[in-house]
Design a protein around this ligand. Structure first.
Ligand code: PMP
Length: 407
C-alpha cells in the first residue's frame, strides 16, 4: 500500500494550517523554498535541547554525539544522490556557495585566457555571476546555449558551441523560472567528448527528480537543503574525487587544515579540506530528517503526485482568458510561470496574497532569461508534495476574479 496519503502528509507540515489575510493559506511558492515537516523542526530543537556541541574536536560525550549526528547526514546525503563515497559530499550553505566554491577553487586554478565556459539561457543568477567573476580573473570567456520559445535548450546550438576551448559547462537541471527539465545526461556526455568538466545546478531538481550522480557521470552537482524540505543555510556540493583532490581549498580556517605553521600549512583530507570553520551543525543534522521524509514517501510517488498537479494546474490556468503559460517544454517539473494580457504580475501577486495564496512574481533571479523572452517578469505557481488539486481549484477561481478586477 502507498504511504502517499495527502491528508496525513499535510498534517506533518504545521505551517500549512493557518489563515493568511483571513483565508486558509495556499502555499504555491515552493520553487523559492519548501515548508518543513515536523520531523525536521523537531530535529532542530532536539539538537539544541540535548546535543549541541562543536563537531570533530571535543573529547567529551556531547561533542561525539554532535559529530555523529552531523556525519550521519553526510551518509544520508551520499545515498540521496548516489555518490560513490561520503568524502565526495561537501557541506556548504547552499547551491550558491557550492557553485562559487567550484568557480573559485576549480575555475580559478585551471582556467586560462581563451578558455570557454558554457552556461545556458535558463540559468539562475547564481550559475551566471560566479562564472563572470572567474572569467574576469582568468581571461576565460562565457558562451550561452540559446533556448527555443517553449523554454527548451537548443541542443544543436550547444553541440556547435562545444570545442577544445570548452573547459567548463555549467547548466541548470530544472529551471526555477519555467520548470524545464534539461537533458543533463546528454549535456554531460557531449561536454566530456571535448574534455570539459560539467557542473549541474540541482537546486530545483533535488525535490522533483531522482538524482544519481554516478549515472549522470557528472563532475560537480550543487544543491540546497531548503528546496527539499530541510532548513535554510545548508547545502551540498558533490564532486568527482580526483577533481576535489586536485583543487585548492576555497576558504582557510579551522577544520580544513592538517598542520599550521606561520610559514606554511597543510590541508585536511576530503571533505574537510572544503569545510573551514564551525559548520552549520543543527541545520545539517535536520537535513537528514528531510531526506528520510522524502525517501519514506518515495521520490517515485512524489514525482507522480506533482506531475498530476502540474497537468491539472496547466489545464485549469490555460482556460483563463488572456492567460499565457510561459515555458511549455515537453519535460517539465511542477512549476507554472504565466503572464496575463494587460495585467502586471506584481499586482496579481498582491491580490492573490490578499486571498491567502502565496505565489512569486518577478524575474525569479533569471533576468537574462526574462530578457530573452521579452518579459519583465512572470507570475509563478510552483507545487510541492503537500499541495492538492483542491488548492489549484481555489487558486484558479481566485485568479480569474483577480484578473477581472485588475483589467
Ligand atoms: N539555482 C536555481 C535553479 C535555484 O532555483 C536557486 C534558488 N532559487 C539557486 C540556484 C540558488 O539557491 P540558493 O539560494 O539556495 O543558494
Amino acid at each position: 500500500a502507498t504511504k502517499f496519503d495527502i491528508n496525513k502528509i499535510r498534517e506533518e507540515f504545521p505551517i500549512l494550517h493557518q489563515d493568511i489575510q483571513g483565508k486558509p493559506l495556499i502555499y504555491f511558492d515552493n520553487a523559492a523554498t519548501t515548508q518543513k515537516p515536523k520531523s525536521v523542526i523537531d530535529a532542530l530543537s532536539n539538537y539544541y535541547l540535548k546535543i549541541n556541541s562543536n563537531v570533530h574536536r571535543g573529547a567529551h560525550t556531547l561533542a561525539e554525539r554532535a559529530t555523529e549526528a552531523f556525519e550521519q547526514t553526510r551518509k544520508a546525503a551520499q545515498q540521496f544522490i548516489n555518490s560513490p563515497s561520503e568524502e565526495q559530499v561537501i557541506f556548504t550553505r547552499g547551491t550558491t556557495e557550492s557553485i562559487n566554491l567550484v568557480a573559485q577553487s576549480y575555475g580559478r586554478t585551471f582556467l586560462k585566457e581563451g578558455d570557454e565556459i558554457i552556461i545556458s539561457s535558463l540559468e539562475h543568477h547564481s550559475n551566471i555571476v560566479p562564472w563572470q567573476i572567474v572569467a574576469a580573473q582568468t581571461g576565460a570567456k562565457i558562451k550561452v546555449i540559446p533556448i527555443f520559445d517553449n523554454g527548451e535548450l537548443d541542443m544543436e546550438a550547444y553541440q556547435n558551441l562545444l570545442s577544445e576551448k570548452t573547459k567548463i559547462v555549467a547548466v541548470v537541471h530544472v529551471s526555477n523560472s519555467l520548470g524545464t527539465i534539461n537533458p543533463v545526461k546528454e549535456i554531460i556526455k557531449k561536454a566530456h567528448q571535448v574534455g570539459a568538466k560539467v557542473l549541474i545546478d540541482g537546486a530545483q531538481a533535488s525535490s522533483h527528480l531522482e538524482i544519481d550522480v554516478q549515472d549522470l557521470d557528472v563532475d560537480f552537482y550543487a544543491m540546497s537543503g531548503h528546496k527539499v524540505y530541510a532548513p535554510t543555510g545548508i547545502g551540498i556540493l558533490y564532486g568527482k574525487k580526483e577533481l576535489l583532490e586536485a583543487m585548492p581549498p576555497y576558504m582557510g580556517g579551522g577544520e580544513m587544515i592538517k598542520e599550521v605553521d606561520f610559514d606554511v600549512s597543510t590541508y585536511n583530507v576530503l571533505p574537510y579540506k572544503f569545510e573551514a570553520g564551525t559548520p552549520n551543525i543543527a541545520d545539517t543534522v535536520a537535513l537528514r530528517l528531510a531526506f528520510e521524509f522524502v525517501n519514506d514517501l518515495t521520490k517515485k510517488e512524489i514525482i507522480a503526485h506533482e506531475q498530476v498537479l502540474l497537468e491539472y494546474g496547466t489545464q485549469q490556468l490555460s482556460s483563463i482568458n488572456g492567460l499565457h503559460i510561459i515555458g511549455t517544454a515537453k519535460e517539465k517539473a511542477s512549476v507554472i510561470s504565466f503572464v496575463v494580457d494587460g495585467v502586471h504580475p506584481y499586482d496579481m501577486g498582491l491580490m492573490l496574497d490578499a486571498n491567502g495564496i502565496a505565489i512569486r512574481t518577478g524575474h525569479h533571479c533569471t533576468q537574462p532569461l526574462m530578457k530573452r523572452l521579452n518579459l519583465e517578469g512572470t507570475a509563478r505557481a510552483s507545487f510541492a508534495l503537500y499541495n492538492t488539486k483542491e488548492e489549484i481549484d481555489t487558486f484558479a477561481e481566485t485568479l480569474e476574479m483577480v484578473i477581472e478586477r485588475l483589467k
